[in-house]
Design a protein around this ligand. Structure first.
Ligand code: PGA
Length: 256
């Protein structure tokens, strides 16, 4: 718990990068850098195929393991899919749902994302729900409406206890993989807005407890300033998480 009364979570999102044969070197390097104590929760969301070997390589560290997607179905005849129960049984703790790349390239709707989020919670894992506007939506001044609608639809009917177990990641699409990071004030404004939306739908205690991350071109040079914002409780890191040294430096930047 930080002074904000909620967990700071730095999560790497490897996307479709790195190979199984590279896991051990990555894990060894990260363990060496991080040691046993770090100032916040560190999580790596790897391709699902790599979850089991990576867990083994990370043994002896406090790094949590996550993946980047899950099926909305419980189990059975769904070729190519992976269920929440399978991920949980493998030792996975975090699951990203609703990443903008899945929304854009796989046609994921807020309704589908909401079903995935429930599966993750029911299985006893932590969902990282991604929300965020495109550049044209921001240029049109619609970013707040877009993010509020994404939240409302994905979280519909979720009770307060489940909400408190959910991590929300604000990821403006124009900042993802572009090297164009949101200004700290922009990240703060939207993370505060997300917390306000949670307060309106639930209560002040729930809003205070939810971890709200920023994601989009976060790197060792800009992390400290972003993470110092009062409503920014961590980061979802793509490109920079592929390098254990950079990922470590961002985890260290969460020191407050
Ligand atoms: P990026 O990706 O850090 O490479 O911009 C962030 C994300 O997509 O989660």
């Amino acid at each position: 718990m930080n002074p904000k009364y909620r967990k700071t979570v730095i999560a790497g999102n490897w996307k479709m990068n790195l190979l199984p044969s590279q896991l051990k070197d990555y894990a060894d390097a990260l363990k060496e850098l991080l040691g046993r104590e770090h100032p916040c929760e560190a999580v790596l969301c790897v391709p699902a195929l790599m979850a089991i070997p990576m867990l083994r390589y990370l043994r002896g560290s406090r790094v949590g393991l996550g993946v980047q997607d899950v099926s909305a179905e419980e189990g059975g005849a769904f070729t190519g899919e992976i269920s929440a129960a399978q991920l949980k049984d493998a030792g996975v703790k975090y699951v990203i749902v609703g990443h903008s790349e899945r929304r854009a390239y796989h046609g994921e709707t807020d309704e589908l994302i909401g079903r995935k989020l429930r599966r993750v919670l029911e299985a006893g894992m932590t969902p990282i729900l991604c929300v965020g506007e495109t550049l044209s939506q921001r240029d049109a001044g619609a970013e707040t409406d877009v993010v509020r609608t994404q939240l409302k639809l994905a979280l519909a009917g979720l009770d307060a206890a489940a909400m408190r177990k959910t991590v929300v990641a604000y990821e403006p699409v124009w900042a993802i993989g572009t090297g164009r990071t949101a200004a700290p004030a922009q990240a703060q404004d939207m993370c505060r807005e997300i917390r306000a939306a949670i307060r309106e739908s639930y209560d002040a205690r729930t809003a205070r407890a939810v971890t709200v991350q920023y994601g989009g071109s976060m790197n060792p040079a800009n992390a400290a300033e972003l993470l110092a914002q009062p409503d920014v409780d961590g980061g979802l890191i793509g490109g920079a998480s592929l390098d254990p040294k950079k990922f470590y430096q961002i985890v260290e930047a969460a020191k407050i």
